[in-house]
Write a protein that binds this ligand. Sequence first.
Ligand code: URA
Length: 435
Amino acid sequence: MLAQELIRKKRDGLSLTSSELDWFVKRLTSGYISEGQAAAFAMATYFNGMSLEERVAFTMSMRDSGEVIDWQSTGPIIDKHSTGGIGDNVSLLLAPALAACGGYVPMVSGRGLGHTGGTLDKFDSIPGYNTQPDLDTFKRAVKSTGCAIVGQTPKVAPADKILYSIRDVTATVESIDLITASILSKKLSANLDALVLDIKCGNGAFMTSHRDAKTLAESLVSVSNLLGCKTIALLTDMNEPLASSVGNSLEVMNAVEFLSGKKRDQRLFNVVCSLGAELLVLMDLVENRSSGFAKIKNSFDSGSSAEIFSKMIAVLGGPSNFLDKASSILPRATIVEDVYAPQSGTVSAVDTRSLGISVVELGGGRRTVKDKIDYSVGFDNLLSIGDKADKNIPIGRIHANDWEKFEEAKSRMIRAYKIDDQKIKKCDLIIDYVK
Ligand code: URA
């Protein structure tokens, strides 16, 4: 086979066979395919797309370019994936809750992307916690604790690592076919029995429209199911931050308060329980969605999720007393100030993307791949759509380590919050289901 002939077929809108796609992925992984050829293939795919059969074959080859974990009959192996949002610390809560309900959750997570936060960066804010354990340590942690949240090792889907870095610099990230193969090749390397997808939709999400979010959800759900993993997607609202805290250590703190029952943001609670309920139904661990929701809720109320979260932190090298001492263990910013709106009224809209960018500007995200993150910065006590704001009720609180950056974040926050006397129409939190 010749790489240029496969690229020519895709360029001309023809379908590639599974053996052609497998040949391409194997040679991409070995370095035989040049960056130029990979970029041309990505661009041809971007314009001409792939059939469902091609997407399934391509995803399978990408998954098999690395190690696929053999769990040796551990129990139901389940996971969730989110397309990324603001104030979205669902993984920190859902992984231990699912473990408390009888699942095993080997959660391979990513770093922040663009204006959205990443689960891995949140865990890196916990001193001692090892987000890059070797495969044996990862497997042992999942088996002994029920869940482990870690980063991608070089052995997981190496073909995706190569192709993603080329897509990133050739304007070919936004291809539903390539996104599907990229996300699922990594997730399915954990040999999952079931997967729930949280496809964010709204002004803080990568997919702002319902139509685009649904197209992506349908592609992911059909490919994943055809590869033997029971999968369902929820389209959830991202027209405001999901929780009242945004930023790495602040979101960890928010999760600690949630788990210990001190404070539970309602929207976050509903998304966590709804996603968990779907997985419990898929694995026949409950009869229906409402008993699944109740079971996840009970794992929080009884403290069993909190116990598992604590154990996971300790097993992966973090402090053993983390849940009790989180506020003194997590990095803290030197400037912590409330921000008030110039006028009183009700929050009628939030520019969620702008809040995400503001956290990056404060130092809580990366502008270049090599940037070091300031884990302590961000926002907490953020108001939600429908809340009142006035001279006594701040829109939120900024955590910063530099006065100039604080002032920038303050003016962005004031611009991001629309406060007026309009009648509020709050979006549905769970917008759609794709089975
Ligand atoms: N996240 C991924 O892992 N891959 C993509 O292609 C896009 C988002």
